[in-house]
Design a protein around this ligand. Structure first.
Ligand SMILES: Nc1ncnc2c1ncn2[C@@H]1O[C@H](COP(=O)(O)OP(=O)(O)OP(=O)(O)O)[C@@H](O)[C@H]1O
Length: 321
């Protein structure tokens, strides 16, 4: 199911939470709403879900006007961050809930719930209470519950928030597979750029109630529309007044064409990478460069050594703030 949002404005009192936001999400796509806290991501998702209504603008789902429809009439399943599981019900009952209120036959409910629990790897926990699950397991239960009624649109607000890095990573792969298997249109909110870059087909960068840029992860990373997107999507440093990615700077052991002389001030090893901090001779700017251990060894880098720097990627011609 495709989703079309156009000209959405939303205020809370005097505060503008969304400022003329328009967005097209085609059927089957996995889209991330990415941005800093308070930027308006959740508000936009809640408006698409029908949990909140815009002041002006419209939401269409599969070409049908849905702006004022209640959530249950939208064919959407959603998982919000502070998801309230029914504490007194087992995992099985929690997942079965949506099917039971739709008065589906018992055998069908049983089969569907067990299929879903298998999908989210919780089949052995069907009889437990939510309080007897880990945070990650509870979030997977919430996803199974959202999927039970076979929504064509899945809306997830920070579905992996508050989990440790390792579990988040596992759940990312799992979400990607699930999305592909279930053939749904998924929109998820995250403030984690790595999560958005790794999982999604398309990223919508939202800041201060406005969309900064929409595009495939690689496009946004390599061709950010502005400084904000560039800084938000990955590491940046400045070289010769230009904002560049630290891995887009080449280090040379001898002078080269268009290369700037610099002195190594500090070397830090982070896993298999080396971070070299430098000071340029002319202008005295202090860029840092990310390189592999092998590169650092080949250049025989050490503090005090002179090197020459040039960008391997066309730098963005934007003013550095
Ligand atoms: N019901 C509300 N009443 C008043 N202000 C609200 C309400 N809901 C959201 N806001 C404000 O609107 C702004 C956008 O909130 P929103 O939750 O959409 O941001 P977000 O990008 O999802 O942030 P986060 O990542 O922190 O969840 C915030 O400044 C928030 O305080």
């Amino acid at each position: 199911m495709s989703i079309s949002v156009s000209g959405i404005n939303k205020r809370f009192g005097d505060f503008v939470a969304l400022d003329n936001v328009s967005l097209e999400v085609p059927t089957g796509r996995l889209t991330a709403l990415l941005g800093p806290s308070g930027g308006g991501k959740s508000t936009l998702l809640r408006i698409i879900a029908g949990l909140e209504f815009p002041d002006t603008g419209s939401v269409e789902i599969e070409g049908v006007q849905a702006t004022w429809l209640p959530p249950q009439k939208r064919s959407v399943g959603f998982v919000f961050q502070h998801y309230a599981a029914f504490k007194h019900m087992t995992v099985f009952k929690n997942v079965a809930f949506g099917l039971e209120i739709r008065r589906k036959p018992r055998a069908e409910i049983r089969q569907r719930v067990m299929e879903l629990l298998e999908l989210v790897h919780l089949e052995q926990f069907a009889d437990r209470l939510p309080s007897q699950l880990s945070g990650g397991q509870r979030q997977r239960m919430a996803l199974a519950r959202a999927l039970a009624v076979q929504p064509e649109v899945l809306l997830l607000d920070e579905p992996f928030g508050a989990l440790d890095a390792q579990v988040r990573k596992e759940l990312r792969d799992w979400l990607r597979n699930l999305h592909d298997e279930m053939n749904v249109t998924t929109i998820f909110v995250t403030h984690d750029q790595e999560e958005a870059l790794e999982v999604s087909d398309e990223i919508v960068v939202i800041n201060g109630g406005r969309i900064e840029q929409v595009g495939a992860p690689a496009d946004l990373y390599d061709r950010p529309a502005n400084d904000f997107v560039m800084k938000f999507l990955g590491p940046v440093t400045t070289l010769d007044g230009q904002l560049v990615r630290p891995h887009d700077i080449e280090l040379l052991a001898a002078p080269g064409q268009e290369a700037i002389e610099a002195t190594v001030t500090r070397l830090t090893r982070v896993g298999f990478e080396v971070r070299a901090e430098l000071r340029t001779s002319k202008g005295g700017s202090e860029p840092w460069v990310q390189l592999t251990r092998i590169q650092a060894q080949e250049l025989d880098l050490e503090p005090g050594r002179s090197v020459w720097l040039r960008t391997t990627h066309a730098p963005k011609t934007l003013a550095v703030s």
